[in-house]
Design a protein. Sequence first.
Length: 253
Amino acid sequence: MGEKIYGYHAIEEGLKIAPAGSTLFLCRGKDKNQDIERVARFTGKVAVKKISLSEMDKLMPGVDHRGAILDLGGSKKKDGSVTRRVNTTSVGTFIENLKDDENYLVLILDGITDPHNLGAILRSCDQFSVDLVIIPERRSVQANETVIKISSGAAQYVPLAPVINVNREIDLLKENGFWIYGADMNGDSSYLSKFSNRSVIIMGNEGSGISRLSREKCDFVTSIPMTGHIDSLNVSVAAGILLYEVRRNIKSK
């Protein structure tokens, strides 16, 4: 068996890239999965196998599979390339492919630890065409099964670069014309911010925010104006709002 995907929307996206020899396992009696069964059969290369709930649980112990699991059948295509569920890259590769006349938006996640937050952020990144997401390899959640599921397939489209030293990458981006905007509730209003055509947004840890060293490297600190009784937003919600603000601001220039 190959890599396994669970979660309705993640399976939908997985079926688009599934190589021949893949199998969609469905739990008997779960009629709500008829749509993805139809898609799998339509591909002509994904087998559909209906099994019992106990057999399903053995395939992926301890996860809420909801009666559907896609096995990517070794994860290799006919040409020998690997089917990727996470679009990983490097900051160096990203910079090598920059073009002078194009806008770029980079998101740095400085110590996000909740996989549900990372998955939700990747969904927003896909919708707002984020060109690169940078996450530290240490003290940060990585693109695990939960992240892939919550992202609803976005993890295979949004370029994700795990790095050893976030601050070193910030310096490299600055050298290539990027301006750095740190997200903090004490910053200047995002409504008044003028975002660069090469912008980097830094979102901090769910509890402690942006690290001191990363904050010192920011050219600007921006915040989301709020009028409610709760003094902060979930980091995934805040990321979505700021990404929208950057795209709106750049487009209006």
